[in-house]
Design a protein around this ligand. Structure first.
Ligand code: DAH
Length: 362
């Protein structure tokens, strides 16, 4: 009688379904619980004849251990699947995965960062300034005469206040340089504005690179845009010469494009530098042989530079008798076009994925 009960229970315990929490619970209550079937059999042990008690007791103990082991194992398995289970039980595991949409770096970011790294290695730290500027920082402090054509509405985007007039710059330290007339505000036409700001505010010597976005009132075409980027640089100390400027430019160009690139300084004019030069390098498209990008000259211009005009130093309250310095401004788009052989400026702002995906992945 007792033997049959044990055999039946053993069969039940080994075959019971233990696939979900409800089945686990039922198993625990009916076999392992204090009022369960095993406990029942243990109670009946007292009815077993004395000579069989020992053997039957061992069988019951073995069965109890077996039941507990099955339960523990099934419970662990259930917990493991619960950890991985989706919140939604109707989730379709056969769906293909959504691919990760990894972006790429914009070519202008890549070139800007490379330029800043190269100058950083020779001690030029980064400074930035506002895109909406006042007349003082964009023109007057940089020695542009009152009637200079760059100040013309045709070339410069002026900013109007909400009441219709030109924005006044009440919060600006440049007021001290100006008459009490409100000065016009504008979208900066070059990053030379930031030169003035660092000269006005920073202790000497000054060694800075200044990346940023600039704006000019131009019709958009393959070769011109109303918005582009420059990296400006300035070094002011005692005894700085044009030879220092040339060496810095040589170093930069050769780091960026390689040692076999030629550089030439072409005399030029900027109101804020004297003497001034334009920086030309070997055309990278035709390697100097002549092509339509370099207008068959073999050279392309990458920026302007010069010795900071003493009048500009004075405007920033720096003594031109004691200090001198050089400055430059280079176009980031121009350098990116040469580096990646891009022939249309508009590609930089159109966000065409076929163009953007060609650059370094994030
Ligand atoms: N600001 C000039 C431009 O936008 C570039 C430039 C020329 C910057 C000479 C300079 C410089 O610092 O010295 O065309």
């Amino acid at each position: 009688m007792m033997q049959e009960s044990i055999a039946a229970l053993t069969a039940e315990i080994t075959t019971a379904e233990l696939n979900n929490p409800a089945e686990l619970d039922a198993f625990r209550i009916s076999y392992l619980g204090r009022k369960g079937r095993l406990a029942d059999l243990f109670d009946q042990l007292k009815t077993v004849p004395a000579e069989d008690k020992r053997a039957v007791g061992q069988q019951l103990n073995a069965l109890k251990q077996q039941a507990q082991a099955r339960f523990d194992e099934a419970q662990q398995a259930a917990e493991a699947t619960a950890d991985n289970a989706p919140a939604n039980p109707d989730f379709d595991y056969t769906l293909p995965p959504v691919p990760n949409a990894l972006g790429t770096r914009h070519p202008l970011s890549l070139v800007r960062e490379e330029m800043l790294r190269i100058f950083g290695r020779i001690g030029f730290a980064v400074a930035e300034g506002p895109e909406i500027e006042d007349d003082w920082h964009n023109f007057t402090a940089l020695n542009f005469p009152e009637n200079h054509p760059a100040r013309d509405m045709q070339d410069t985007f002026f900013v109007e206040s909400r009441t219709g007039g030109m924005v006044d710059s009440a919060d600006d330290n440049s007021q001290t340089h100006q008459s009490t007339n409100p000065q016009p505000h504008l979208l900066r036409t070059h990053t030379s504005t930031v030169q003035v700001r660092v000269m006005e505010t920073e202790p000497l010597p000054i060694r800075r690179v200044m990346p940023g976005r600039v704006f000019r009132n131009e019709a958009i075409s393959a070769r011109a845009h109303m918005m582009f980027h420059q990296v400006e640089g300035i070094f002011i100390d005692e005894g700085v010469s044009f030879a220092d400027l040339k060496q810095t430019v040589y170093y930069f160009v050769q780091e960026l494009f390689g040692a076999d690139i030629n550089i030439r300084f072409r005399p030029s004019f900027f109101p804020f530098t004297e003497p001034s030069a334009e920086i030309d390098i070997t055309c990278l498209i035709c390697k100097g042989a002549g092509c339509n990008i370099c207008k068959y000259s073999g050279w392309v211009e990458i920026g302007g530079c010069g010795m900071v005009d003493p009048a500009v130093l004075e405007n920033a309250k720096i003594d031109p008798e004691k200090y001198s310095g050089y400055a430059w401004g280079m176009g980031i788009e121009r350098i990116a076009m040469l580096k990646y052989q891009i022939k249309d400026l508009r590609l930089f702002t159109e966000n065409d994925m076929r163009f953007l995906r060609q650059f370094e992945a994030l």
